[in-house]
Design a protein around this ligand. Sequence first.
Ligand code: AMP
Length: 180
Amino acid sequence: MNQTETGALASKIKAIIRDVPDFPKAGIIFKDITPLLADHASFAEMVRHFAGKFRGAGITKVLGVEARGFLLAAPIAMELGAGLVPVRKKGKLPYKTVSASYALEYGQDTLEMHEDAVKPGEKVLIVDDVLATGGTAGAACDIVEKVGGKVAGIAMLIELEFLKGRAKLAGRNIYSLIKY
Ligand code: AMP
């Protein structure tokens, strides 16, 4: 896909994503991807686009971050011919886990992954819907690296550039389709 086609896809998907002001709290504009999920043609095009960006990079696992990341990571993993790995909030995964914590505005949060989900040396693509401050994606990278995996890329449907998440993820291979 060339730059013009990518721009057209980004504009189309931007128009489908719904802004919900003051959710989950005052001052946040929530980027609601459910209208995109419900639009088969656009969702499929988006999935093919993201898979195309990372095809040939030797990725064998696609890691989806709870919860909306699951919805994007699963079809991208299928399209890439890679396995799917869920990364969840603390206490949700049934087997032995590795974890990483990250700072929130107030306090901290912890993400977990099954310890055998990524093998040492495996190349992993991390997928989520929104890159905001970068804390979530940073913790996902830490978890992958704790078990010896390699973060080959970070794929985000939406990047909120004003929150400077990229700075927190310096040196990482980050691709986002839609930027605000
Ligand atoms: P952060 O750790 O600050 O980069 O936040 C990223 C996580 O929070 C992702 O899992 C997103 O799904 C979610 N998130 C942050 N900001 C928004 C937003 N404006 N709309 C929807 N989801 C968001």
